[in-house]
Every structure is written in structure tokens, then in C-alpha cells.
Design a protein around this ligand. Structure first.
Ligand SMILES: NC(=O)c1ccc[n+]([C@@H]2O[C@H](COP(=O)([O-])OP(=O)(O)OC[C@H]3O[C@@H](n4cnc5c(N)ncnc54)[C@H](OP(=O)(O)O)[C@@H]3O)[C@@H](O)[C@H]2O)c1
Length: 243
């Protein structure tokens, strides 16, 4: 696989762990987020080559400009990891105003569509297998928890989208993978009280939450030939089992 791996949401908890893992395994990583200074600091901690790109992924023009820069600098990409999210407040569904759903749908489905469409020409060179990894959630597998409707609805939509393109892109040499992590302690869940997280960890079979390293290790695996048959299948990465 030639060309760097673009990590969308590399400034986040899961994205930064994925970047570190892929960098350690010798890949050139392009770190994306919205804060250039934070990304430069992160890039300095990477063991291998790392460059930085900023863009608001729900802004179509910003996405087009991002991919124009990537095309000019790299010509092609070896892979893309889509790992972005914005926090949401846990509320009963009938009490949630529509703009909250809209924000989640924009962050998950619109941003995924804009970036997937713009990534396609940089991934589909027909010479070698490239990979597009979508970070979903285990909430879309089985019964989701209450008070999460905007987030879960948006994640379900982006997961279905990824399953469709996984079939459309296969013939062009692009494997689309979907990972579905359990609850991970990152900025996304910073509003959850520590006591709740402790109780949750205590209720898990291994008495521990899923970690960013668990998710990163799975994504590192997905960048190997052994992962070829797993395209299009949501893969649970979780220290607990949701019924
Ligand atoms: N944490 C969990 O419990 C959990 C569980 C299952 C799945 N996931 C999924 O894992 C992925 C990563 O989540 P995380 O926990 O690592 O969250 P996080 O630490 O809050 O990171 C979120 C990332 O999304 C970026 N982002 C948000 N809105 C953006 C936008 N409009 N344009 C560009 N970048 C944007 C942020 O960039 P800035 O730094 O610029 O804000 C940041 O890099 C998400 O898809 C999430 O749904 C998380």
C-alpha cells in the first residue's frame, strides 16, 4: 500500500490512538482536525512521518479544499479513517429539538458523504488495495440505550451508508471497513459523571471499559491483507456485550 493514511478526527481520543498505532507500524499519517496548533503538537509525538490538515468536514467547500491540498501534496492516499463526532446531551427523545438531530446527522452522515466522495479518486488507483475505515458504534448493533436517539440515528445512517459503498467500491480496489466500539472514555463522553463510568466498568465482564488502544489495534489489523474478508461488516470492538 502506498500513500499516507488520512485520519479524520485525529485530534480526538480514538483518532489520536489510531494515528499513533499506524505510525508505529510504519505508515505515514496525515492528521486531521480543526485546531492546527493541537495537531502540530500531536504530530510531534508521532514515531514516524506525520503531516497536518485542518477542515470543518460539514462544510462542503472546506472539504473540497482539503482534498485539493491532499491531491497536490500526496497524489494518492493509502487509506482513510473516519473518526469524528460531536457530543450530545442524554435526553428522552420526545424532548429533543430537531436541530440536535440535524447536528448529529451533519457530523456523521453529511461529513462522511462529503469525505467519502472526495476520497474516492485518491484511493481508487487500481494498482493496490486501499482502505476506508468508518468508526461507528456498538449502539447500532442490538438494542441501543435510551436517551441517545440523535446520535444513534445518525450512526445507524452512516453505518448503512458505509455498507453500501463497501459493495460499490470493492471492484475499484477499495475495502470499506466498519468498526463498532463500545463506550470509550474520550472527550466525547466527558460530560458523563466519573461515578457512572466507574459503575459501567464494574458491570462489564472484565471490569473495564473498552479503550482507545482496543479500537486502534483493530484498525491497525484492518490495514492488513488478513482483514480483506471483513469489508462491509460492522465489527464490534467492545469489552462488554450489549443485548
Ligand atoms: N467515545 C466513545 O465512547 C465512542 C464509542 C463508540 C464510537 N465512537 C466513535 O468514535 C469516533 C471518535 O470519537 P472520540 O470518542 O474519539 O471523540 P472525540 O475525542 O470527541 O473526537 C472527535 C473528533 O471529531 C472531530 N470533529 C468533530 N466535528 C468535526 C467537524 N465538523 N469537522 C471536522 N472534525 C470534527 C474533532 O475535531 P476537533 O478536535 O477539531 O474538535 C475530534 O477530532 C466517533 O465516530 C464516535 O462516534 C466513540
Amino acid at each position: 500500500m502506498s500513500g499516507p493514511v488520512l485520519i479524520l478526527g485525529a485530534s480526538g481520543g480514538i483518532g489520536s490512538a489510531v494515528a499513533r498505532c499506524l505510525s508505529q507500524s510504519g505508515r505515514h499519517v496525515v492528521l486531521h482536525g480543526r485546531n492546527a496548533r493541537a495537531l502540530q503538537e500531536l504530530a510531534a509525538t508521532m514515531p514516524g512521518p506525520a503531516s497536518v490538515q485542518t477542515a470543518d468536514l460539514i462544510d462542503e467547500q472546506a472539504v473540497n479544499e482539503l482534498f485539493a491540498r491532499l491531491t497536490a501534496e500526496h497524489g494518492r492516499l493509502g487509506g482513510v479513517v473516519f473518526s469524528i463526532a460531536v457530543p450530545f446531551r442524554n435526553k428522552l427523545t420526545h424532548r429533543i429539538a430537531w436541530p440536535v438531530f440535524e447536528e448529529q446527522l451533519h457530523t456523521q452522515l453529511k461529513a462522511l458523504h462529503l469525505t467519502a466522495a472526495a476520497s474516492f479518486p485518491l484511493l481508487a488507483d487500481g494498482e493496490s488495495v486501499t482502505r476506508f475505515v468508518v468508526v461507528s458504534t456498538e449502539f447500532v448493533l442490538g438494542a441501543p440505550p435510551v436517551k441517545t436517539a440523535p446520535y444513534v440515528a445518525a450512526k445507524a445512517a452512516m453505518t448503512s451508508y458505509a455498507q453500501v459503498i463497501s459493495q460499490e467500491w470493492l471492484a475499484r480496489g477499495i475495502r470499506v471497513h466498519i468498526v463498532a466500539p463500545g463506550l470509550v472514555k474520550t472527550a466525547l463522553v466527558a460530560d458523563m459523571p466519573q461515578e457512572f463510568l466507574d459503575q459501567m466498568a464494574d458491570s462489564m465482564p472484565e471490569k473495564r471499559l473498552t479503550s482507545v488502544e482496543d479500537v486502534a489495534a483493530m484498525i491497525e489489523f484492518l490495514f492488513t491483507d488478513a482483514a480483506d474478508p471483513f469489508y462491509g461488516t460492522p465489527l464490534r470492538v467492545s469489552r462488554g456485550v450489549r443485548k
